[in-house]
Design a protein around this ligand. Structure first.
Ligand SMILES: C[S@@+](CC[C@H](N)C(=O)[O-])C[C@H]1O[C@@H](n2cnc3c(N)ncnc32)[C@H](O)[C@@H]1O
Length: 292
């Protein structure tokens, strides 16, 4: 490894330490911009939740705060749902840079930003504090990246503080039926064409049942195979955490929130042991009946 790349890696690690766990890409041994591009390549295929978020935006009517927005995959449904404003916050500078690129290359999003209705910032969902209040706050796919119950209470409390009166928080993560049932050795997940390169994704995972939920050590190895046969290999590892639905209800209570509804899919199927998703709609406990 050259001196420049060693220095770059050290700077990344220092930045990652400074941000704590909020930047999931900065501390990785691979180039974070490339990892962010691969992240987009993979995540932009997920579209089954877009109509759900469009509907909830329309229903809540007002401003939307997208906590852990990644590269802004959900910005379109928020804007199309008529959000008065959309604020996206993410801990990864590489992913918020991708979000900026997404906005620039999308007429609808660019227009929304031109009108002051769309903003992206780097920030930690556990410490987010904004003067503005929101009709809808979303934590989609984020809880799994937090370190455990204490961090979850921090993030949920910050989300609760950001809600306006009558505002709803949506917490969306893998459900009991979507969790890996056993460890997986390193194996190929998929292989796809990406412009004139091929991408080969391998991963391995190790499960750890703990009193606070399932913890998963998840390692990915992504090979970008160029047309001339050269390979850029991108290793990354993530520590994921999946609390049970009942644990999430308890964490919501500790954070001043009440769970109003729970779904097992974005089509609003009931949440049960086989549900692939665990989606909870929460309101500030202070907004409940009899408190006004
Ligand atoms: C699986 S992605 C989901 C992205 C987006 N919500 C979506 O549904 O497409 C999880 C995101 O949470 C962000 N994240 C994890 N921990 C964070 C923290 N403490 N503060 C801010 N962002 C965080 C990651 O950077 C990543 O973009």
């Amino acid at each position: 490894m050259g001196r420049a790349s060693r220095a770059g890696r050290r700077a990344k690690q220092q930045r990652s330490r400074a941000f704590g766990l909020s930047d999931i890409l900065a501390g990785q041994p691979a180039d974070e911009e490339l990892l962010a591009a691969v992240y987009d390549f993979e995540h932009d295929e997920i579209t089954e939740d877009l109509a759900f978020y469009r509907r909830w935006t329309r229903r809540q009517g007002g401003a939307v705060l997208d906590l852990g927005c990644g590269s802004g995959r959900l910005f379109r449904p928020f804007v199309e749902g008529g959000a008065a404003r959309v604020v996206g916050i993410d801990g990864s500078a590489a992913l918020t840079a991708r979000a900026e690129e997404r906005i620039e290359s999308d007429d609808v999003l660019r227009a929304a930003r031109g009108e002051g209705r769309l903003e992206v910032a780097v920030g930690d969902v556990r410490r987010v504090s904004r003067r503005e209040r929101f009709a809808l706050v979303v934590l989609a796919g984020v809880i799994a990246h937090l370190d455990g119950p204490e961090d979850a209470v921090r993030a949920l409390s910050a989300a609760a503080r950001a809600l306006d009166r009558g505002g709803a928080l949506i917490v969306d993560l893998l459900g009991p039926g979507g969790l890996p049932p056993h460890d997986l050795p390193l194996s190929v997940d998929w292989e796809k064409a990406w412009d004139d390169r091929r991408v080969v994704r391998r991963s391995r995972l190790e499960r750890h049942e703990t009193p606070e939920g399932l913890r998963v050590d998840y390692g990915t190895l992504t090979d970008l195979v160029e047309a001339d046969g050269t390979i850029a290999r991108l290793p990354a590892s993530f520590r994921l955490w999946y609390p049970s639905p009942s644990a999430i209800v308890a964490l919501a209570g500790e954070s001043g929130l009440e769970v109003e509804a729970a779904f097992g899919s974005h089509d609003l199927n009931p949440l049960d042991e086989r549900s692939e998703r665990c989606i909870m709609v929460m309101r500030r406990a202070a907004d409940g009946p009899g408190t006004g």
